[in-house]
Design a protein around this ligand. Sequence first.
Ligand code: NAI
Ligand code: MG
Length: 362
Amino acid sequence: SQQRAHRIAVIPGDGIGKEVVPAGLDVLRAAADAFDLRLEFEEFDFACAAYWQAHGAMLPQDWQTILQGFDAIYFGAVGWPEVVPDHVSLWGSLIQFRRVFDQYVNLRPCRLMPGVRGPLAGRGPGDIDFLVVRENTEGEYSSVGGRIFEGTERETVLQETVMTRIGVDRVLRYAFEQARRRPERHLTSATKSNGISISMPYWDERVRAIAAEYPDVTWDQYHIDALAAHFVLNPDRFDVVVASNLFGDILSDLGPACTGTLGIAPSANINPERRHPSLFEPVHGSAPDIAGRGVANPIGQIWCGSMMLEHLGHPAAAAHVLAAIESVLAEASPRTLTPDLHGTGTTAGLGKAIAERVRATP
Ligand code: NAI
Ligand code: MG
């Protein structure tokens, strides 16, 4: 085809990352064939425990130069606590990518899929389908603060929330844009302006200001405590949910938890301006308890591939991959499904079933 190839950096990482990434790549290759897309993959062996053992660092010094030229990063999972402490592996790799590449949006779709037993009674496929948009670079996770009078009675600890107009507005605009593109066109803002009386009223004020730019999107806001309860009690109420870093961190675990297994949940760390590559990774980690047995669920990784295709400008291919996941989940025999889905299948087998479905019906 005429179009330019998309260059994708592939980083499997540790544990089941090395098992689910190949399954994800199979599906991406199938989508590329079905939609005549050019995807070029280049695999890297850094951001894992073996690299750390060999080099004493999680990443090469010039990682930024190496990765900057790619259109996206397709990431598995990092962490092998027997070898590297988790704070070292995480801060030495993923957090570097998010900060240096200004991936200020963390996206987590939450959808109850067919064939998946969710923990909420009386909810079926289609009842839960929302998108959590988390601010990923500022807010409550600042390093402004400190301790004084340590070890005395006056011991004092302070950590400040940092909200900038640029930082708040850009994530709100991204969330409103997402809402505008979905059928319900509804946005919910997570706040706590009754208790956090300076920064959260500011957040609310910016929500009102940005909402005025999107008259076609309806919106509401909930205090974070009530919002958490509604995720469980009335998940059908939500379409796009936007939240500060801390609130979004909690909601983006609670949301996928309401829809069943960790093995299917995807996430994306996005630099919307595309000055830097965005990163697509499953929500789960390296799962040392099941690694090496070839039974990890590859769907979280495969769904990330769908999000990546969307980001690269191929919404039809993205929707097609998601539909293939749904139809395989709905129709596959327990011999194809992985143990977390109450089947007896393997990572490779489930990945192959989805790749075949992608190839079969363009
Ligand atoms: P985890 O997500 O790796 O595993 C939690 C539980 O879910 C385990 O019982 C695991 O077997 C199961 N599980 C996870 N993914 C699965 C899949 N695809 N299919 C079937 N079952 C699955 O979280 P854990 O155990 O807390 O962390 C293990 C390591 O992963 C640590 O080193 C941690 O730091 C790292 N980690 C890395 C993340 C990342 O790369 N973004 C995210 C979370 C944890
Ligand atoms: Mg979290």
